[in-house]
Design a protein around this ligand. Structure first.
Ligand SMILES: O=P(O)(O)OC[C@H]1O[C@H](OP(=O)(O)OP(=O)(O)O)[C@H](O)[C@@H]1O
Ligand SMILES: O=c1[nH]c(=O)c2nc[nH]c2[nH]1
Ligand SMILES: [Mg+2]
Length: 175
């Protein structure tokens, strides 16, 4: 409609950038595992793809868990959230390991933002433990264990989505 403000993407609404390096991400995943080690043992790790694949590999390695399954969910197209689509559900074998309710299973994702993705997976596995590396306030109540909370107006830039590039000096107006 004429005069209507254009819709802002999640990233535009989230004014503060929070870039995370591979090094930092690895350290944060290890810190997450220290906490999870007190909660387990776990029969299997369920990674919420795609972002959950990277922390799931690191956490599973540290915890000595070799059974890893995926639940494949798409919601953001870059930084715009649409309807959640479950592209692949949890395998029958992993469901069995969790007694049908997820008991003894560990769900891993890179972050919770609005909490929509986490809520959907929790409904599939109500008794599973849900861990993320980062959490924003809206999604935080859904998570059992996380490492770093960032404000809702922050956009986290993960190392697999970014590359090194030139940054102008602060005095030239760089943020
Ligand atoms: O709490 P929410 O608002 O639901 O957002 C969190 C989800 O968004 C991102 O996934 P995305 O849908 O971008 O897919 P991807 O993991 O394949 O990048 C992120 O990896 C979480 O899974
Ligand atoms: O790379 C990302 N950074 C974020 O802060 C975020 N929130 C939802 N989905 C996200 N993806
Ligand atoms: Mg994701």
């Amino acid at each position: 409609m004429a005069g209507e403000a254009p819709e802002l993407s999640a990233q535009e609404r989230a004014g503060r950038p929070f870039p995370v390096s591979w090094d930092q991400f690895h350290r944060d995943c290890r810190a997450l595992t220290w906490r999870l080690n007190e909660v387990g043992p776990f029969h299997a790790v369920i990674a919420i793809t795609r972002g959950g694949l990277v922390p799931a590999a690191i956490v599973a390695r540290e915890l000595g868990v070799r059974v890893i399954d995926t639940v494949c969910i798409a919601s953001y197209d870059h930084d715009k959230q649409g309807d959640l689509q479950v592209l692949k559900g949890i395998s029958e074998q992993a469901m069995k390991l969790g007694g049908g309710t997820g008991k003894g299973l560990l769900i891993v994702d890179d972050l919770v933002d609005t909490g929509k993705t986490g809520k959907l997976v929790r409904e599939m596995l109500p008794d599973a433990h849900f861990a993320t590396v980062y959490a924003k306030p809206k999604g935080r109540p859904l998570v059992d264990t996380f490492i770093t909370e960032v404000s809702q107006d922050t956009w986290i830039f993960f190392p697999w989505d970014t590359a090194l590039s030139y940054h102008p000096p602060l005095r030239d107006g760089a943020a």
